[in-house]
Design a protein around this ligand. Structure first.
Ligand code: NAP
Length: 341
Protein backbone atom coordinates (compact mmCIF):
# COMPACT_ATOMS: atom_id res chain seq x y z
CA UNK A 1 0.00 0.00 0.00
CA UNK A 2 1.46 3.34 -1.09
CA UNK A 3 -0.06 6.44 0.49
CA UNK A 4 -1.42 4.24 3.26
CA UNK A 5 -1.95 7.13 5.68
CA UNK A 6 -4.26 9.18 3.40
CA UNK A 7 -8.04 9.02 3.12
CA UNK A 8 -8.03 6.56 0.22
CA UNK A 9 -5.12 4.63 1.76
CA UNK A 10 -7.07 4.09 4.97
CA UNK A 11 -10.03 2.73 3.06
CA UNK A 12 -7.70 0.36 1.22
CA UNK A 13 -5.99 -0.74 4.43
CA UNK A 14 -9.36 -1.55 5.96
CA UNK A 15 -10.64 -3.40 2.85
CA UNK A 16 -7.45 -5.37 2.20
CA UNK A 17 -7.04 -6.44 5.83
CA UNK A 18 -10.45 -8.16 5.57
CA UNK A 19 -9.90 -9.45 2.03
CA UNK A 20 -10.01 -13.17 1.22
CA UNK A 21 -7.32 -13.05 -1.51
CA UNK A 22 -4.81 -10.30 -0.60
CA UNK A 23 -2.54 -10.04 2.42
CA UNK A 24 -1.32 -6.62 3.53
CA UNK A 25 2.47 -6.90 3.80
CA UNK A 26 3.86 -3.37 3.57
CA UNK A 27 2.58 0.16 4.17
CA UNK A 28 4.37 3.17 2.74
CA UNK A 29 3.83 6.92 2.92
CA UNK A 30 5.81 10.17 2.88
CA UNK A 31 9.11 10.71 4.73
CA UNK A 32 7.09 12.42 7.51
CA UNK A 33 5.38 9.08 8.29
CA UNK A 34 8.02 6.49 7.45
CA UNK A 35 9.78 4.81 10.36
CA UNK A 36 6.75 5.30 12.65
CA UNK A 37 4.16 2.71 13.64
CA UNK A 38 1.15 2.99 11.31
CA UNK A 39 -1.17 3.55 14.29
CA UNK A 40 0.88 6.62 15.29
CA UNK A 41 1.46 8.00 11.81
CA UNK A 42 -2.12 7.78 10.58
CA UNK A 43 -5.01 10.09 11.52
CA UNK A 44 -7.58 7.28 11.28
CA UNK A 45 -10.92 8.65 10.05
CA UNK A 46 -13.03 5.53 9.51
CA UNK A 47 -15.85 4.41 11.78
CA UNK A 48 -14.51 0.84 11.81
CA UNK A 49 -11.57 0.47 14.19
CA UNK A 50 -7.99 0.20 12.99
CA UNK A 51 -6.96 -3.48 13.20
CA UNK A 52 -4.29 -3.93 15.92
CA UNK A 53 -2.02 -5.97 13.61
CA UNK A 54 -1.93 -3.12 11.09
CA UNK A 55 -1.52 -0.41 13.73
CA UNK A 56 1.73 -2.08 14.81
CA UNK A 57 3.24 -2.27 11.28
CA UNK A 58 6.07 0.17 10.62
CA UNK A 59 5.39 2.64 7.81
CA UNK A 60 8.09 2.28 5.19
CA UNK A 61 9.59 4.73 2.76
CA UNK A 62 8.28 4.33 -0.77
CA UNK A 63 10.73 2.24 -2.79
CA UNK A 64 10.73 -0.39 -5.55
CA UNK A 65 12.02 -2.87 -2.93
CA UNK A 66 8.71 -3.26 -1.08
CA UNK A 67 8.61 -6.86 -2.28
CA UNK A 68 4.86 -7.11 -2.96
CA UNK A 69 3.52 -8.56 -6.21
CA UNK A 70 0.41 -6.40 -6.05
CA UNK A 71 0.75 -2.74 -5.07
CA UNK A 72 -2.14 -0.39 -4.41
CA UNK A 73 -1.22 3.24 -4.85
CA UNK A 74 -3.07 6.07 -3.13
CA UNK A 75 -0.26 8.58 -3.56
CA UNK A 76 -0.59 12.23 -4.42
CA UNK A 77 -0.46 12.56 -8.21
CA UNK A 78 2.51 14.95 -7.88
CA UNK A 79 4.72 12.10 -6.70
CA UNK A 80 2.95 8.96 -7.98
CA UNK A 81 4.20 8.79 -11.60
CA UNK A 82 7.90 7.83 -11.24
CA UNK A 83 7.24 5.77 -8.09
CA UNK A 84 4.56 3.63 -9.79
CA UNK A 85 6.73 3.16 -12.91
CA UNK A 86 9.66 2.12 -10.68
CA UNK A 87 7.54 -0.53 -9.00
CA UNK A 88 6.23 -1.86 -12.33
CA UNK A 89 9.85 -2.00 -13.54
CA UNK A 90 10.64 -4.09 -10.43
CA UNK A 91 7.85 -6.53 -11.35
CA UNK A 92 4.84 -5.32 -9.35
CA UNK A 93 1.30 -5.00 -10.63
CA UNK A 94 0.36 -1.46 -9.57
CA UNK A 95 -3.32 -0.54 -9.15
CA UNK A 96 -3.34 3.21 -8.90
CA UNK A 97 -5.80 5.84 -7.75
CA UNK A 98 -3.58 8.69 -8.87
CA UNK A 99 -4.17 10.59 -12.11
CA UNK A 100 -0.56 10.15 -13.32
CA UNK A 101 -1.08 7.33 -15.87
CA UNK A 102 -4.83 7.47 -16.52
CA UNK A 103 -4.50 8.79 -20.06
CA UNK A 104 -1.36 6.78 -20.95
CA UNK A 105 -2.30 4.93 -24.16
CA UNK A 106 -1.18 1.53 -22.79
CA UNK A 107 -2.66 1.85 -19.29
CA UNK A 108 -6.18 0.48 -18.79
CA UNK A 109 -8.43 3.10 -17.18
CA UNK A 110 -10.48 0.37 -15.60
CA UNK A 111 -14.07 0.40 -14.37
CA UNK A 112 -14.71 -3.31 -13.81
CA UNK A 113 -18.34 -3.54 -14.94
CA UNK A 114 -17.86 -1.29 -17.99
CA UNK A 115 -14.54 -1.94 -19.73
CA UNK A 116 -12.90 -5.12 -18.41
CA UNK A 117 -11.75 -5.75 -22.01
CA UNK A 118 -9.41 -2.71 -21.74
CA UNK A 119 -7.16 -4.86 -19.52
CA UNK A 120 -5.76 -6.24 -22.79
CA UNK A 121 -3.77 -2.99 -23.08
CA UNK A 122 -1.26 -4.18 -20.46
CA UNK A 123 0.32 -6.31 -23.21
CA UNK A 124 1.37 -3.02 -24.82
CA UNK A 125 3.13 -1.68 -21.72
CA UNK A 126 6.90 -1.38 -21.57
CA UNK A 127 7.30 -0.41 -17.91
CA UNK A 128 9.06 -3.72 -17.18
CA UNK A 129 7.88 -7.13 -15.98
CA UNK A 130 5.07 -5.58 -13.90
CA UNK A 131 2.15 -3.44 -15.04
CA UNK A 132 0.12 -0.35 -14.17
CA UNK A 133 -3.68 -0.27 -14.10
CA UNK A 134 -5.40 3.04 -13.28
CA UNK A 135 -8.62 3.74 -11.48
CA UNK A 136 -10.76 6.57 -12.87
CA UNK A 137 -11.27 9.87 -11.09
CA UNK A 138 -13.92 9.40 -8.37
CA UNK A 139 -16.56 11.53 -10.11
CA UNK A 140 -15.89 9.86 -13.44
CA UNK A 141 -16.45 6.43 -11.91
CA UNK A 142 -19.94 7.37 -10.69
CA UNK A 143 -20.84 9.18 -13.88
CA UNK A 144 -19.80 6.29 -16.11
CA UNK A 145 -21.71 3.77 -13.97
CA UNK A 146 -24.81 5.91 -14.50
CA UNK A 147 -24.16 6.43 -18.23
CA UNK A 148 -23.00 2.96 -19.34
CA UNK A 149 -26.44 1.30 -18.97
CA UNK A 150 -27.98 4.14 -21.03
CA UNK A 151 -25.26 3.82 -23.67
CA UNK A 152 -26.13 0.12 -23.97
CA UNK A 153 -29.87 0.58 -24.48
CA UNK A 154 -30.11 3.91 -26.32
CA UNK A 155 -26.65 5.28 -27.15
CA UNK A 156 -25.26 8.58 -25.87
CA UNK A 157 -24.90 11.80 -27.82
CA UNK A 158 -24.53 14.68 -25.34
CA UNK A 159 -24.19 14.93 -21.56
CA UNK A 160 -24.44 17.95 -19.29
CA UNK A 161 -23.08 17.40 -15.76
CA UNK A 162 -23.12 19.51 -12.58
CA UNK A 163 -21.47 17.96 -9.51
CA UNK A 164 -21.73 18.45 -5.74
CA UNK A 165 -18.58 16.75 -4.46
CA UNK A 166 -17.78 15.66 -0.92
CA UNK A 167 -15.07 17.15 1.24
CA UNK A 168 -13.19 13.81 1.45
CA UNK A 169 -12.57 14.02 -2.30
CA UNK A 170 -9.96 16.68 -1.55
CA UNK A 171 -7.88 14.29 0.58
CA UNK A 172 -6.79 14.69 4.18
CA UNK A 173 -4.54 17.67 3.63
CA UNK A 174 -6.71 19.44 1.04
CA UNK A 175 -10.06 18.77 2.69
CA UNK A 176 -9.05 20.26 6.04
CA UNK A 177 -8.11 23.60 4.51
CA UNK A 178 -11.31 24.19 2.57
CA UNK A 179 -13.81 26.81 3.70
CA UNK A 180 -16.98 24.78 3.31
CA UNK A 181 -19.04 25.69 6.35
CA UNK A 182 -22.06 27.74 5.16
CA UNK A 183 -20.35 27.78 1.80
CA UNK A 184 -19.80 26.05 -1.56
CA UNK A 185 -16.64 26.13 -3.67
CA UNK A 186 -17.43 26.42 -7.39
CA UNK A 187 -14.02 25.20 -8.58
CA UNK A 188 -12.05 21.94 -8.26
CA UNK A 189 -8.75 22.27 -10.06
CA UNK A 190 -8.46 20.02 -13.12
CA UNK A 191 -11.59 18.03 -12.26
CA UNK A 192 -13.82 19.05 -15.18
CA UNK A 193 -11.13 18.27 -17.74
CA UNK A 194 -10.42 14.88 -16.12
CA UNK A 195 -14.09 13.88 -16.15
CA UNK A 196 -14.53 14.87 -19.79
CA UNK A 197 -11.46 12.95 -21.07
CA UNK A 198 -11.77 9.92 -18.80
CA UNK A 199 -15.46 9.31 -19.50
CA UNK A 200 -14.87 9.17 -23.25
CA UNK A 201 -11.91 6.83 -22.73
CA UNK A 202 -13.72 4.37 -20.44
CA UNK A 203 -16.77 4.22 -22.71
CA UNK A 204 -14.51 3.90 -25.77
CA UNK A 205 -13.79 0.80 -27.85
CA UNK A 206 -10.56 -1.13 -27.27
CA UNK A 207 -9.18 -3.31 -30.08
CA UNK A 208 -6.47 -4.73 -27.79
CA UNK A 209 -3.92 -2.22 -29.08
CA UNK A 210 -5.51 1.13 -28.28
CA UNK A 211 -8.72 2.80 -27.15
CA UNK A 212 -10.88 4.78 -29.54
CA UNK A 213 -12.68 7.27 -27.24
CA UNK A 214 -16.47 7.46 -27.29
CA UNK A 215 -17.67 10.39 -29.42
CA UNK A 216 -20.09 11.82 -26.84
CA UNK A 217 -19.98 15.56 -26.08
CA UNK A 218 -19.71 16.10 -22.33
CA UNK A 219 -19.70 19.38 -20.43
CA UNK A 220 -18.93 19.19 -16.69
CA UNK A 221 -19.21 21.82 -13.95
CA UNK A 222 -17.80 20.81 -10.55
CA UNK A 223 -18.51 22.13 -7.06
CA UNK A 224 -17.17 21.17 -3.62
CA UNK A 225 -19.78 20.99 -0.83
CA UNK A 226 -19.74 20.29 2.92
CA UNK A 227 -20.75 16.63 2.62
CA UNK A 228 -18.32 14.18 4.28
CA UNK A 229 -18.49 11.34 1.70
CA UNK A 230 -20.40 10.82 -1.56
CA UNK A 231 -20.37 12.79 -4.80
CA UNK A 232 -23.77 13.84 -6.17
CA UNK A 233 -24.11 14.29 -9.92
CA UNK A 234 -26.92 16.19 -11.67
CA UNK A 235 -26.94 14.83 -15.21
CA UNK A 236 -28.84 15.68 -18.41
CA UNK A 237 -28.48 13.39 -21.41
CA UNK A 238 -29.31 13.35 -25.09
CA UNK A 239 -29.65 9.79 -26.38
CA UNK A 240 -29.05 8.45 -29.88
CA UNK A 241 -32.37 6.59 -29.95
CA UNK A 242 -35.64 7.35 -28.13
CA UNK A 243 -36.12 5.44 -24.86
CA UNK A 244 -38.88 5.54 -22.26
CA UNK A 245 -38.34 6.17 -18.54
CA UNK A 246 -39.21 2.52 -17.88
CA UNK A 247 -36.51 1.35 -20.32
CA UNK A 248 -33.87 3.56 -18.71
CA UNK A 249 -34.78 2.42 -15.20
CA UNK A 250 -34.70 -1.21 -16.34
CA UNK A 251 -31.26 -0.58 -17.86
CA UNK A 252 -29.91 0.77 -14.55
CA UNK A 253 -31.50 -1.95 -12.42
CA UNK A 254 -30.39 -4.78 -14.70
CA UNK A 255 -26.86 -3.52 -15.24
CA UNK A 256 -23.97 -5.82 -14.31
CA UNK A 257 -20.64 -6.89 -15.76
CA UNK A 258 -17.73 -9.26 -15.51
CA UNK A 259 -17.14 -8.67 -11.74
CA UNK A 260 -20.69 -9.89 -11.02
CA UNK A 261 -20.43 -12.80 -13.49
CA UNK A 262 -17.18 -13.91 -11.83
CA UNK A 263 -18.54 -13.37 -8.30
CA UNK A 264 -15.53 -11.23 -7.32
CA UNK A 265 -15.31 -10.48 -3.58
CA UNK A 266 -15.68 -6.70 -3.97
CA UNK A 267 -18.30 -6.80 -6.74
CA UNK A 268 -21.54 -5.13 -5.59
CA UNK A 269 -24.72 -7.04 -6.25
CA UNK A 270 -26.09 -3.92 -7.98
CA UNK A 271 -23.43 -1.64 -9.46
CA UNK A 272 -26.23 0.74 -10.49
CA UNK A 273 -29.73 0.91 -9.06
CA UNK A 274 -32.67 3.27 -9.48
CA UNK A 275 -34.45 4.60 -6.35
CA UNK A 276 -37.90 6.01 -7.11
CA UNK A 277 -38.26 8.08 -3.90
CA UNK A 278 -38.81 11.79 -4.61
CA UNK A 279 -35.79 12.77 -2.51
CA UNK A 280 -33.30 10.04 -3.51
CA UNK A 281 -30.36 9.74 -3.75
CA UNK A 282 -28.81 11.36 -0.65
CA UNK A 283 -25.18 10.99 0.51
CA UNK A 284 -26.19 10.17 4.09
CA UNK A 285 -28.64 7.45 3.04
CA UNK A 286 -27.32 5.92 -0.16
CA UNK A 287 -23.53 6.36 -0.45
CA UNK A 288 -22.67 3.23 1.56
CA UNK A 289 -25.14 0.81 -0.04
CA UNK A 290 -23.63 -2.41 -1.39
CA UNK A 291 -20.38 -1.76 0.50
CA UNK A 292 -20.12 1.74 -0.99
CA UNK A 293 -19.79 0.19 -4.46
CA UNK A 294 -23.25 1.05 -5.80
CA UNK A 295 -24.15 4.13 -7.82
CA UNK A 296 -27.69 5.10 -6.86
CA UNK A 297 -29.73 6.94 -9.48
CA UNK A 298 -32.94 8.86 -8.85
CA UNK A 299 -35.15 11.74 -9.97
CA UNK A 300 -35.43 10.65 -13.62
CA UNK A 301 -37.54 13.16 -15.53
CA UNK A 302 -37.78 14.71 -19.00
CA UNK A 303 -35.31 17.48 -19.78
CA UNK A 304 -36.50 20.56 -21.70
CA UNK A 305 -33.03 21.04 -23.25
CA UNK A 306 -31.74 17.47 -23.81
CA UNK A 307 -33.85 14.26 -23.49
CA UNK A 308 -33.71 13.16 -19.85
CA UNK A 309 -32.26 14.36 -16.56
CA UNK A 310 -31.49 12.51 -13.33
CA UNK A 311 -29.38 12.59 -10.15
CA UNK A 312 -26.70 9.99 -9.36
CA UNK A 313 -24.68 9.40 -6.20
CA UNK A 314 -21.41 7.51 -5.70
CA UNK A 315 -19.14 6.99 -2.71
CA UNK A 316 -15.94 8.78 -3.72
CA UNK A 317 -13.39 6.96 -1.55
CA UNK A 318 -15.00 3.50 -1.97
CA UNK A 319 -16.36 2.99 -5.51
CA UNK A 320 -14.50 6.09 -6.68
CA UNK A 321 -11.14 5.00 -5.26
CA UNK A 322 -10.25 2.18 -2.83
CA UNK A 323 -13.06 -0.26 -3.68
CA UNK A 324 -12.71 0.41 -7.40
CA UNK A 325 -8.96 -0.27 -7.33
CA UNK A 326 -9.50 -3.45 -5.33
CA UNK A 327 -12.16 -4.64 -7.78
CA UNK A 328 -9.74 -3.95 -10.65
CA UNK A 329 -7.05 -6.04 -8.95
CA UNK A 330 -9.51 -8.89 -8.37
CA UNK A 331 -10.45 -8.78 -12.03
CA UNK A 332 -6.81 -8.91 -13.15
CA UNK A 333 -6.15 -11.85 -10.81
CA UNK A 334 -9.31 -13.68 -11.89
CA UNK A 335 -8.34 -13.25 -15.54
CA UNK A 336 -4.98 -14.90 -14.78
CA UNK A 337 -2.96 -11.78 -15.58
CA UNK A 338 -1.25 -11.31 -12.19
CA UNK A 339 1.23 -14.07 -11.32
CA UNK A 340 0.07 -15.77 -8.08
CA UNK A 341 1.23 -18.94 -6.31
P1 NAP B 1 -4.44 12.23 0.99
O1 NAP B 1 -5.42 11.96 2.07
O2 NAP B 1 -3.85 13.61 0.91
O3 NAP B 1 -3.24 11.14 1.11
C1 NAP B 1 -2.05 11.26 0.34
C2 NAP B 1 -1.10 10.13 0.66
O4 NAP B 1 0.10 10.31 -0.12
C3 NAP B 1 -0.66 10.11 2.14
O5 NAP B 1 -0.50 8.78 2.55
C4 NAP B 1 0.71 10.80 2.08
O6 NAP B 1 1.58 10.39 3.14
C5 NAP B 1 1.23 10.26 0.77
N1 NAP B 1 2.32 11.10 0.22
C6 NAP B 1 2.29 12.44 -0.01
N2 NAP B 1 3.49 12.85 -0.48
C7 NAP B 1 4.28 11.74 -0.54
C8 NAP B 1 5.63 11.50 -0.92
N3 NAP B 1 6.43 12.51 -1.35
N4 NAP B 1 6.12 10.24 -0.86
C9 NAP B 1 5.33 9.22 -0.43
N5 NAP B 1 4.06 9.39 -0.02
C10 NAP B 1 3.53 10.64 -0.10
O7 NAP B 1 -5.07 11.94 -0.45
P2 NAP B 1 -6.26 10.92 -0.84
O8 NAP B 1 -7.55 11.65 -0.86
O9 NAP B 1 -6.13 9.69 -0.03
O10 NAP B 1 -5.91 10.63 -2.37
C11 NAP B 1 -4.85 9.75 -2.73
C12 NAP B 1 -4.80 9.65 -4.25
O11 NAP B 1 -6.05 9.12 -4.70
C13 NAP B 1 -4.61 11.00 -4.95
O12 NAP B 1 -3.84 10.82 -6.12
C14 NAP B 1 -6.04 11.39 -5.30
O13 NAP B 1 -6.12 12.26 -6.40
C15 NAP B 1 -6.66 10.03 -5.62
N6 NAP B 1 -8.12 9.92 -5.42
C16 NAP B 1 -8.70 10.42 -4.30
C17 NAP B 1 -10.08 10.25 -4.13
C18 NAP B 1 -10.82 10.77 -2.92
O14 NAP B 1 -12.08 10.73 -2.92
N7 NAP B 1 -10.15 11.26 -1.90
C19 NAP B 1 -10.83 9.58 -5.09
C20 NAP B 1 -10.19 9.09 -6.24
C21 NAP B 1 -8.82 9.25 -6.36
P3 NAP B 1 1.70 11.24 4.53
O15 NAP B 1 0.45 11.01 5.31
O16 NAP B 1 2.91 10.65 5.17
O17 NAP B 1 1.87 12.68 4.12
Amino acid sequence: MLGATGLVGQRLVSLIEAHPWFELTALAASPASSGRAYGEAVRWCLTESLPARVAALEVEAVSPELGARVVFSALDAEVAGPIERGLAAAGAWVFSNAASHRMHPAVPLLLGEVNADHLALVERQDFGPGAIVSNPNCTTAGLVLALAPLAEVAGLRRVQLVTLQARSGAGQAGGGGLRLSDNLLPHIAGEEEKIECETARILGDCDGERVRPHALALSATCNRVAVPDGHTLCVSVELERPASAAELIEAWDGFSGEPQALGLPTAPRHPTRYDAADDAPQPALHAELDGGMRTTVGRLRPCAVLDWKFTALTHNTLRGAAGGALLGAELAVARGLVPVD
